[in-house]
Design a protein around this ligand. Structure first.
Ligand code: 13P
Length: 442
């Protein structure tokens, strides 16, 4: 009896072993078939579309297939995973070369971005500060002054516009986009729809604008825009909560993928607000978390890293912290952050000024360019390029030339800082005034 039972058990065990081996063999065959199919697709892709192949190899999500295949612990080759994504790659590939070229042009030596994309509401605040009404004519006069500053393109490679400006002409009837192109400046467009409260968070916000983004982006491309900007924010005093960071990162990644599908280089901007009494170490810690999450989701959304630009905040102490940091400290913390979080495939890091004074923003940028970096490290300032210019203009036609000179002075100073050659000599008192506004809304 016991012998019979033992034999039966042995048979069962043998069946299990054979069965499992069969399943194992079948899996091996299946994987090797997938791998070959994937590889031949890869080589076809490489032959036909160099850029799409670079997308494939630069996209860490493909290597993550071990996590998504039903808990299998055997790692699929990254090329096999291509089979899951043909549609994405085909669409993206149509713009891949152009995206890479646009990003490289914007990230060219000695140049940076002029952010002049204030929403009508924010532009109204700027105009009010010099006693002007917030009318379309006044906004047009101010933006005409900015884009027609002689030889601006020597220092400025891209200009971010608000939608109104993208479709606007100058006071003399020339399209603003055409003037930029004549100056050698790439026109860009702010595509987000602003911040709203994030339900379920600690009084934090999220950025809207994904609905209809694909068709809007296609229309902006038709109108001459070649890059886009989406600014979301993270607040340190309010947490930041894991929910707010995840939402910010996911929104940026979806926006980036949609922009690339429509030929626009996305500027990825999770602004870590200056608000708060925290020290520089806390900013560093939050920034590390935020950028880790941003790159995780950019990869998950198959974003082509070679065709994006970043717009980070510099790592500084909170605006209300009594311990201030020198440009060298800011540079050291910020570069440490970038080196541990940003792949070298990304062509350009274009910092925002975030309420720093014009001179402070330039000094900090200069300190970051004292040694070669893997990416172009430059500026995408609004307040730190425009403040003195706006005040000098004061809404008076006779001051246009002086205001343009003030803009060119700042643009040149930041161009030198991009090259690591700014000395900070001869700056005006106005340029040294901080512009931090608590709870600032762009
Ligand atoms: P600031 O340089 O004034 O912070 O502006 C940043 C910005 O996002 C504008 O596009």
């Amino acid at each position: 009896m016991w012998l019979e039972r033992a034999l039966q058990c042995g048979e069962e065990i043998r069946d299990i072993i054979i069965g499992n081996s069969f399943i194992y063999l079948w899996h091996l065959l299946f994987w090797s078939f997938e791998r070959q199919a994937g590889e031949s697709q890869y080589w076809e892709a490489e032959r036909g579309e160099m850029a799409s192949a670079s997308l494939v190899s630069s996209s860490p999500v493909l290597g993550k297939s071990e996590w998504v295949k039903g808990g299998q612990s055997i790692r699929l080759s990254s090329t096999a995973a291509i089979r899951c994504l043909p549609a994405t790659i085909t669409i993206r590939a149509s713009y891949a070369d152009e995206l890479v070229k646009t990003a490289k042009t914007i990230a060219s030596p000695g140049r940076g971005i002029l952010a002049m994309d204030e929403s009508n509401a924010t532009c109204g605040k700027r105009l009010a500060s010099i006693g002007l009404e917030n009318t379309e004519a006044n906004r047009q006069a101010y933006r005409t002054l900015l884009v027609s500053a002689p030889s601006l393109g020597q220092y400025i490679s891209g200009a971010i516009l608000f939608e109104e400006t993208l479709y606007q002409s100058t006071v003399d009837g020339k399209k603003i986009v055409d003037i930029l192109v004549e100056q050698g400046i790439v026109p860009g467009i702010k595509v987000d729809k602003g911040l709203v409260p994030l339900a379920g968070s600690n009084n934090e916000s999220w950025c809207q604008g994904l609905d209809g983004l694909a068709s809007r982006s296609a229309a902006y491309y038709q109108q001459g825009a070649r890059f886009a900007k989406w600014r979301t924010v993270v607040s340190i005093p309010n947490g930041p909560s894991a929910l707010a960071v995840k939402e910010a990162a996911w929104g940026l990644a979806r926006y980036a993928a949609i922009s690339q599908d429509n030929g626009l280089v996305p500027i990825v901007e999770p602004e870590i607000l200056l608000d708060g009494e925290h020290g520089i170490d806390r900013t560093f810690e939050v920034a590390q978390k935020v950028w880790a999450e941003v790159f995780f989701y950019l990869a998950e959304n198959n974003v082509l890293f070679e065709g994006i630009l970043l717009k980070p905040s510099m790592v500084t102490p909170g605006a209300e912290c009594s311990d201030r940091a020198t440009p060298e400290q800011v540079a050291s913390y910020t570069l440490k952050l970038l080196k541990t979080r940003i792949p070298p495939a990304v062509p350009g890091i274009m910092f925002l000024s975030g309420g720093q004074s014009e001179v402070e923003a330039t000094l900090n940028l200069n300190a970051m360019n004292q040694a070669p970096n893997p990416w172009h490290v430059s500026f995408s300032y609004a307040r730190a390029l425009q403040n003195t210019c706006l005040k000098t203009w004061g809404g008076r036609p006779e001051n246009v030339k002086a205001a343009q000179d003030a803009l060119l002075l700042r643009a040149k100073a930041n161009s030198l800082a991009q090259l690591g050659k700014y000395t900070g000599e001869g700056e005006s008192e106005e340029a040294k005034k901080g512009m931090f506004v608590k709870g600032y809304v762009y």
